[in-house]
Design a binder for this molecule. Structure first.
Ligand code: SAH
Length: 242
C-alpha cells in the first residue's frame, strides 16, 4: 500500500470534494487508513486494500455526503457511524468536520479496539463505542443522544431504521448509503417510517468514478420520540423487519 496524502487529495480533487479537507486533515486521514490496512493484514476488516479500490470504495464513497452533511455538522453536534466496521464512512466525517464529536460504533469489540489504534495514529479525539444497536438504543445513557447517524452496508432499510431512530434525538438525521437493490426496499418501508416517526427528506443519486453502477444516499429526519417498545430485543429487527 502506497497511499499518501497527495494521492488522497488528488482523488478527492477529481470529484470536486477536496475543498472539505486541509493538508493536515488529509495527512491524518491517510495515517488512519494506513493503520487500518496494516491491522487488516491480521484481522479481517476490509476487502478493499488495493490503492484504487480503497480510494474509490472507502474514501470517495464516504465523501459524497459531505456537501449535504455540512449544514448539519455544527459545533457540539454529536454524530455516530453505526456499524462502522473498518471505520468508514465515519473517518471521512472526522477528517472533514473536526468541530463535531464523532463516535465509531460497532458490535464487534475486536473492530472497535483496532479503530482505537487507527484514531490514535491519526491523532483524532473521536471515540469508539462497542455494542449492538438494539441494546444501545434501549440504554438510557445512549438512547436519543445523537444529532446524526451515518450507516453504510449495515442492514436493510427497515432494519436500519429500527437500529438508528432510537439513538437519534428528535430532529436528528440518519444518512444511509445504498446500492440500487437496497433502494428498492425503501418504498416498502412505510410501516417502519410511520411507526418510528420519521420521514425521508432526500434521496441523492451518484456514481463512483469508473463504475457504471448507480448508488444512492438517503437522508431521514426523526420527527418525534421513538415509542418505548423500540428497538425490539437483539436479533428481532433483522428477523422480523417492521
Ligand atoms: N460501515 C462499514 C462496515 C459495514 S459491515 C463499511 O461500509 O465498510 C457492517 C458492520 O455493521 C459490521 O462491522 C457489523 O459488526 C456491524 N453491525 C451489524 N449489525 C449491527 C448491530 N445490530 N449493532 C451494531 N453493529 C452492527
Amino acid at each position: 500500500m502506497s497511499l499518501t496524502p497527495e494521492k488522497v487529495g488528488e482523488a478527492l480533487q477529481k470529484v470536486g470534494l477536496a475543498d472539505y479537507f486541509t493538508l493536515d486533515s488529509l495527512s491524518a486521514l491517510t495515517r488512519f487508513s494506513l493503520k487500518m490496512l496494516q491491522i487488516n493484514e491480521t484481522l479481517n476488516l476490509t476487502r478493499w486494500t488495493e490503492d484504487g479500490a480503497f480510494l474509490n470504495f472507502h474514501l470517495l464513497d464516504s465523501a459524497y455526503v459531505l456537501k449535504e452533511v455540512k449544514p448539519l455538522a455544527k459545533i457540539e453536534r454529536r454524530w455516530m457511524d453505526l456499524g462502522t466496521g473498518c471505520g468508514f464512512p465515519g473517518a471521512v466525517l472526522i477528517a472533514a468536520f473536526p468541530q463535531i464529536e464523532v463516535t465509531l460504533m460497532d458490535s464487534v469489540a475486536k473492530k472497535t479496539k483496532a479503530l482505537e489504534e487507527c484514531l490514535q495514529a491519526a491523532g483524532w479525539k473521536a471515540k469508539t463505542l462497542t455494542g449492538r444497536a438494539e441494546e444501545l438504543g434501549r440504554d438510557p445513557r445512549t438512547r436519543e443522544s445523537w444529532d446524526g447517524i451515518t450507516a453504510r452496508a449495515v442492514a436493510d432499510f427497515p432494519v436500519l431504521l429500527e437500529y438508528a431512530l432510537p439513538l437519534l434525538k428528535t430532529g436528528g438525521y440518519l444518512v444511509n448509503w445504498m446500492t440500487e437493490d437496497q433502494l428498492k426496499i425503501v418504498d416498502k418501508a412505510q410501516k417502519a417510517i410511520e411507526t418510528l416517526q420519521c420521514r425521508i427528506v432526500k434521496k441523492m443519486g451518484y456514481s463512483l468514478p469508473g463504475l457504471n453502477q448507480s448508488r444512492s444516499i438517503v437522508f431521514v429526519e426523526k420527527l418525534g420520540k421513538t415509542p418505548d417498545t423500540y428497538p425490539r430485543s437483539v436479533g428481532q429487527p433483522s428477523k422480523h423487519p417492521l
